[in-house]
Design a protein around this ligand. Structure first.
Ligand code: UDP
Ligand code: MG
Length: 309
């Protein structure tokens, strides 16, 4: 079909220090294998010298290609660009920072090439080296996702995967702009073999995921793969409606029996504050979905390419 057996897709955002070592490591692991491969770097609008590093690698080695975006579009867009451009029969997605060990690739390739599995996924079983607060919130996020969505997002599953073409084509059928890979992978199904390994700390440069960015990403994930928050909003509204019917009955009966002495300022203010709080909260949930619909219907491209080789 194609003249490349394995395509490696590596998104890079300000990774000038990480690209050369990961490239060397990949070369070292894959050269002994009797397969042809291409390494496709996606420069996601880096503001350092990543693009220059990629240009020089590509001019030295014909197996190296790159796509450079016009600005930073995010890792999901970079992955998508790579998946769309990959030529190989088997496709690997991995990070540039050395957290995804290339030494796992031969084993992953065997699992998928045997035909028994369509995809080899990796999971880190420890979160060694990660701030405790981050692991805690990650844990809460995964258990919440499990409760509110039908898909199971595995804690510790990484975007380091090896897949066959069938799996790749299935991934590309999902056209959504709000691409939450951690949910897309379990959603499409197929047979997956998991490889587990200990967490490896980023070798060079620093993580692009601040706590705030991770928090927003988790909201994206929830709205993309669950409509339960909407159900929770309606249910809250319904419960408050029931409570209000009960209190109306109570107030009316009290008036009929004891007349209407002017009192109850405190309770009135509490009720107003409570109801407006709940209203803002539920409108906020609605707003999250409306915003997502807005970005979907605009149908803007996922990314724009400035240079490619
Ligand atoms: N990345 C990207 N675009 C972004 C942010 C990150 O292409 O906007 C790339 C980054 O260069 C790296 C990978 O995505 O290769 C994972 O990023 P990072 O290591 O910062 O995330 P972490 O491992 O901390 O989850
Ligand atoms: Mg990393």
């Amino acid at each position: 079909m194609s003249n490349v057996d394995v395509s490696l897709i590596i998104p890079c955002f300000n990774e000038e220090a990480s690209v050369p070592p990961i490239f060397d490591e990949i070369k070292k692991t894959l050269t002994p294998i009797d397969k042809s491969f291409e390494i496709l770097f996606i420069d996601d609008g880096s503001r350092d010298n990543t693009l220059a590093v990629l240009r020089s690698l590509a001019s030295l080695d014909s197996a190296v290609h790159f796509i450079s975006f016009s600005r930073n579009f995010g890792k999901e867009a970079a992955l998508l660009a790579g998946l769309q451009a990959a030529q190989g029969d088997y496709i690997v997605t991995m990070d540039a920072d050395g957290q995804d060990p290339p030494s796992l690739i031969p084993g992953m390739l065997d699992a998928v090439a045997s035909g028994e599995f369509d995809c080899a996924g990796t999971r880190r079983v420890t979160r060694k080296g990660e701030p405790a607060i981050r692991s805690f919130f990650a844990g809460r996020f995964y258990s919440l996702m499990k409760k509110i969505s039908d898909i199971e997002v595995l804690n510790g599953a990484r975007d380091f995967r090896l897949m066959n073409r069938k799996y790749l084509l299935a991934l590309l059928e999902l056209q959504e702009r709000n691409r939450f890979s951690k949910g897309i992978f379990p959603w499409i199904g197929f047979k997956i073999k998991w490889f587990e390994y200990e967490n490896i700390e980023r070798k060079k440069g620093k993580t692009k995921w601040s706590f705030w960015r991770l928090f927003l990403y988790s909201l994206d994930g929830m709205t993309a793969f669950s409509s339960k928050p909407l159900a929770i909003a309606s249910l809250t509204g319904f419960l408050i409606f029931l409570a209000s019917v009960a209190s109306i009955a109570f107030i009316v009966i009290r008036k009929l029996i004891w007349g209407d002495p002017v009192s109850g300022w405190t309770s009135t203010v509490c009720i107003i504050l409570f109801c407006s709080g709940v209203q803002l909260f539920t409108t906020g949930i609605l707003g999250q979905y409306a915003a997502k619909i807005y970005t979907e219907v605009k149908h803007r491209p996922h990314y724009l390419i400035r240079e490619a080789q």
